[in-house]
Design a protein around this ligand. Structure first.
Ligand SMILES: Nc1ncnc2c1ncn2[C@@H]1O[C@H](COP(=O)(O)OP(=O)(O)OP(=O)(O)O)[C@@H](O)[C@H]1O
Length: 285
């Protein structure tokens, strides 16, 4: 049985003010996807293609105009549009901006402890659990007394991951979760997430517009095409792919400037670019 199933989802947003009505924006059109327990599924797509809308439907933050979302075989929301407490704990999320996702007044300890306190954990067991989670995401537990916002972006994102893992979720939504980090930190966090998926058995829905991040990280891949996630068996293969994926592929910068042959070695290319920019700077000054 699938952990998550989304079927026939439609979502429109109203546009225009009261006096200047415009036709609604149709973001999801008969959209669906499924995630099996413990697997990592990527959802790719250009900006504005509806990835985060799908993510918000999965978190129960929005309701679809039509269609259903099933989690562990049960409707995600009850008839009054509410999510069961157990389901809320089982689905957690990490977003792009860790600064916006944490309170500037909270210590690192408080950030991770918040959902555990809500679940009734107190005293020594709470401290032990928070320290264990911090260690699992590669943070030094002795640093937990510091204000979270004094951490670097990468450290703060690790803290957000620890907080998301605190209620022992079954599904983690990663919405552009590494997009704001530098390349090295991105690689570290993706490694960390792969390890956590293997050890905790948690499934991921990895939302991104960056095709490069998917390679080696996700087991299955969907791309948003005309308001629908379309599964692509081999996103990096030679076979035909949906146009939306072709556009994402074309947007990846080449390793070296086009037209520069292999006879020009990398340091030479860099040196020429640097000399050109220095001479420009001199001229401007
Ligand atoms: N609450 C809302 N009201 C009106 N329009 C909205 C609302 N939320 C999203 N939209 C619009 O729906 C479209 C899809 O938005 P969504 O955030 O799902 O895209 P996305 O693929 O996640 O893009 P990005 O990668 O830039 O975050 C966009 O055109 C957006 O402006």
């Amino acid at each position: 049985m699938s952990l998550l199933e989304m079927h026939g989802l439609w979502k429109n947003y109203r546009r225009g003010g009261f006096f200047r009505r415009q036709p609604p924006l149709s973001v999801l059109r008969d959209a669906g996807l499924r995630i099996v327990a413990g697997e990592c599924v990527a959802l790719l797509g250009a900006s504005g293609s509806g990835k985060s809308t799908l993510g918000r439907l999965l978190l129960g933050l929005e309701t679809p105009d039509a269609g259903e979302v099933l989690f562990e075989g049960q409707p995600l929301l009850d008839t009054r549009g509410r999510m069961r407490a157990q389901t809320r704990r089982s689905i957690q999320a990490v977003f792009q901006d860790p600064h916006g996702a944490t309170s500037p007044r909270f210590s690192a300890f408080e950030v991770v402890a918040e959902p555990l306190r809500y679940a009734g954990l107190r005293g020594a067991p709470l401290r032990a659990r928070v320290e264990g989670l911090a260690a699992s995401v590669g943070l030094d537990p002795s640093e937990l007394g510091r204000l979270a916002h004094r951490f670097s972006g990468g450290q703060l994102q690790r803290l957000c991951i620890a907080r998301a893992l605190a209620p022992s979720p079954r599904l983690l939504l990663l919405d552009e979760a590494v997009s704001s980090l530098d390349l090295e930190t991105q690689a570290q966090i993706l490694n960390l997430l792969s390890g956590l998926r293997a050890s905790a058995g948690v499934a991921f829905l990895f939302i991104t517009h960056d095709l490069r991040l998917v390679r080696g990280f996700a087991q299955r891949c969907y791309v948003m095409q005309d308001g629908q996630p379309v599964e692509v068996a081999e996103p990096f293969g030679q076979g035909p792919v949906p146009p939306a994926l072709g556009a994402l592929r074309a947007a990846i910068l080449p390793a070296r400037p086009r037209g520069v042959g292999p006879q020009l070695v990398e340091p030479e290319v860099r040196f020429r670019a640097l000399s050109a920019s220095l001479s420009m700077t001199r001229r401007c000054c």
